[in-house]
Design a protein around this ligand. Sequence first.
Ligand code: GSH
Length: 240
Amino acid sequence: MTPTLTAFERSPDRGRGLARDMRVRWALEEVGQPYEVRLLSFEAMKQPAHLALHPFGQIPTWQEGDLALFESGAIVLHIARRHAGLLPDDADARARAVAWMFAALGTVEPPIVERSMALMLERDQPWFEARLPGLDERVRIRLDQLSRRLGEADWLDGDFSAGDLMMVTVLQRLGGSGLLETCPNLEAYVSRAEARPAYRRAFADQLAVFEASQAGEAGGPRACQGEVYAVRPPGHALNV
Ligand SMILES: N[C@@H](CCC(=O)N[C@@H](CS)C(=O)NCC(=O)O)C(=O)O
């Protein structure tokens, strides 16, 4: 059965591939599995039909027969376990690849998201300028540690794996911040991943969705100085 994932009907990142359906699209392209995409408006994501699939009213979700999943990490892990190409055969190496997935989502992503949410939502606060250096520093610490571990290697642990896929999608969220550039080996790591044919196919597909959404439409999300802003219903923080 062909799986269906959900994605933004009109991604606030303007097709830069930062929305988390990109992780799932990329994983599916890596393992060569076809899929369908159901596009959702921000309003539809908060309706009961979608909340039944995703308790937090977000994308992506995954439906395949009787199985419904949410959380990009869980979905990518599911794909990687079912299909060859994203996890090594050796049991120990497989466990380490999964550890890198968790590291990406649980250790590296939180300070990056905290920083971008502050830029998005707190910029006008009088204390924002004083807060930003601390947010930058927390990101820099993780980047330095990751950079030291990666060293001169192409990938985090042997061949490209779901751990690299997840880590790269997390690091991409630093685009425009100037922080990734402080670690040239991490910058090269991201570029190496982005050159993969599977990544390029997934990127093109999500970009085509955004471009179609823009045809004939005015207003909506806009990008400013590398950070993403979006028109959103009052009281809703829009988490890209
Ligand atoms: N931890 C979740 C995060 C999901 C998430 O933040 N999705 C964003 C798009 S990338 C979203 O749906 N934002 C809209 C909202 O939070 O209302 C995952 O990895 O799937």
